[in-house]
Design a protein. Structure first.
Length: 532
């Protein structure tokens, strides 16, 4: 189909199908008045499907510090980057050998990633991460976000980084597709702040009641209506322990998609209940064995749409039919991950899909790690590339927060905040810049730490590094602009977000799949694909 592009003011014609897949955490708002048709509004680019894969807790330097140069030690999967690979803003020799922190950066071997990361974790609180950057010196990671001495983890753990001999698949994806080295967490702090910024560009507008912590992060989770920690969501039976969690009163990207009749969904592993109580509440009890040897629940709750009444499915109801996946019915755009594959095979793949994998494969230090995470990402990408929709698909692969891992780049201070007792970016109590915050909302010191972002699509520029400043809400902006949704308003950071369009070349698609081995991250053989 030939289509004219007026996305950025110029006119370009494409004789290609329009599909983009971006895997992310997102939700959809409920509108009983909306009449869903079989055809969504036409996008303004060749991208018809956006899929976002949303993983856990990695900084850019932790995964890409020396890209594209790997040590290639014996017994580890080798990686050799193309000679014309662009440079990234990684760790220079000076920073590796004479770093201002109390410990020096150090390369984790594949074996160390297996033995250390599933047992150790860093402090990644809102205030702790600000202290680590120390006004731009980035020299207090060991004492601010490093693993606590009581954890028996190495003092230099927070300064560790991996290379292409461990996160091999990610480096291979960067070679074939695109990578950003200037993509930031929208604010400082833990997982749910990143998830909310991905869905709404917003951590303000919270209405807490009988707060329950999520993953034990606290103690102050909501301050003056702004969330700075990980309280539980109000609308999810499977994460409820007692009382009611936090609800948000503003809009998210799902609300905008619903208003335009664009299909979308949040797809989470383990979402299907294992039990319904006598009172009609869902329980999600499926467990897997994690990398730390403990059994943990498959279903986790980094789903930001559970905080909004309009986009939640608190009792985990299934869709009323496969043809309703992505549309508003009793499932309200919240599904089990397997429903995505069933819908895609049946020709009902939503325009926007957010993917959440099983907890033991999300990459979070303490119970997961880079190798279980690699297995999930590669298997997901291999399945996506096998779909008939792949020729017009693109994937945004990113992470919710940095886990406090060392990253040498001081985040740009684009949104100020003066929240006493919590903001300490410049070494003074209550100081994250002196200017007025966006919409007068305190407690959103922005941007937060740098995160990895991979752009995987037949339309992605090949072996490309995007240096333009973007953040988690830039994914919102991409979706908004692609379907002419408008902005969220109410102080959403989508107002400040940079554009991701520079990572795409719509005139020269390359639809050939890159099929990798899920165990090693290397180019797959026919036998290794058969085993997956």
């Amino acid at each position: 189909m030939i289509r004219s592009n007026r996305f950025s003011g110029s006119t370009v014609s494409w004789n290609v199908s329009r599909t983009l897949v971006v895997i992310a955490l997102t939700g959809v708002a409920f509108s009983s008045k909306l009449l869903w048709s079989d055809e969504s509004p036409q996008p303004k680019t060749p991208i018809e499907h956006v899929v976002v894969i949303f993983q856990e807790n990695q900084s850019f330097d932790h995964y890409f510090a020396t890209y594209p140069r790997a040590e290639n030690l014996h017994g580890e999967p080798p990686f050799h980057g193309a000679t014309d690979t662009p440079e990234v803003n990684g760790l220079s020799e000076e920073l590796r050998k004479r770093n201002p922190n109390l410990e020096q950066p150090w390369r984790m071997s594949r074996a160390q990633a297996t033995t250390l990361i599933p047992f150790c974790d860093n402090d990644h609180g809102y205030t702790a991460e600000q202290r680590a950057y120390d006004g731009g010196r980035a020299d207090k990671f060991v004492q601010s976000t490093g693993a606590r001495p009581s954890s028996r983890c190495p003092r230099n753990f927070v300064m560790g980084y991996l290379d292409g001999n461990t996160v091999t698949a990610l480096w291979n994806y960067a070679q074939r597709f695109g990578l950003s080295d200037s993509f930031f967490n929208a604010t400082y702090g833990p997982s749910m702040l990143g998830a909310l910024n991905l869905a709404a560009g917003q951590t303000a507008g919270a209405a807490p009641s009988n707060l329950r912590t999520w993953h034990g992060v606290g103690p102050q989770l909501v301050v003056n209506g702004t969330m700075i920690g990980n309280p539980a969501a109000a609308f999810d039976d499977c994460t409820e322990t007692s009382g009611q969690g936090v609800l948000f009163t503003g809009k998210n990207i799902g609300d905008l998609l619903n208003a335009r009749g664009v299909t979308w969904g949040w797809f989470s592993a383990g979402f299907t209940p294992t039990q319904m109580t006598a009172s009609g509440k869902a329980r999600c009890g499926t467990e897997h064995l994690a990398a730390n040897g403990r059994r943990i629940l498959v279903y986790d709750d980094p789903d930001p749409f559970d905080y909004f009444r309009s986009t939640a499915n608190p009792h985990h109801k299934p869709p009323s039919g496969i043809e309703m996946v992505g549309k508003t019915d009793q499932a309200n755009h919240q599904y089990d991950l397997e429903m995505l594959w069933k819908a895609a095979q049946a020709g009902h793949m939503p325009a926007v899909a957010f993917i959440r994998g099983p907890q033991e494969m999300d990459g979070h230090p303490g119970y997961s790690g880079p190798l279980p995470e690699q297995k999930f990402i590669v298997e997901t990408m291999n399945r996506l590339q096998a779909l008939p929709q792949w020729k017009g698909t693109a994937v945004f692969l990113t992470w919710d927060d940095s886990d406090g891992w060392y990253d040498h780049v001081m985040p740009p201070n684009v949104n100020h905040s003066q929240l006493a007792g919590h903001d300490e970016l410049f070494g003074k109590n209550g100081m994250c810049g002196a200017g007025a915050p966006l919409a007068g909302i305190q407690g959103r010191c922005a941007y937060g730490p740098r995160l990895p972002l991979l752009i995987l699509s037949p339309f992605a520029k090949i072996n490309f590094v995007n240096h333009e400043r973007t953040d988690q809400s830039s994914i919102i902006r991409f979706i908004e602009d692609n379907w002419s949704l408008g902005r969220l308003g109410g102080g959403s950071l989508d107002e400040l977000a940079g554009s991701l369009l520079g990572s795409f070349d719509f005139d020269h698609p390359h639809p050939e799949p890159l099929i990798l081995d899920s165990e090693t991250g290397e180019l797959a053989t026919s036998s290794s694909v058969a085993d997956q």
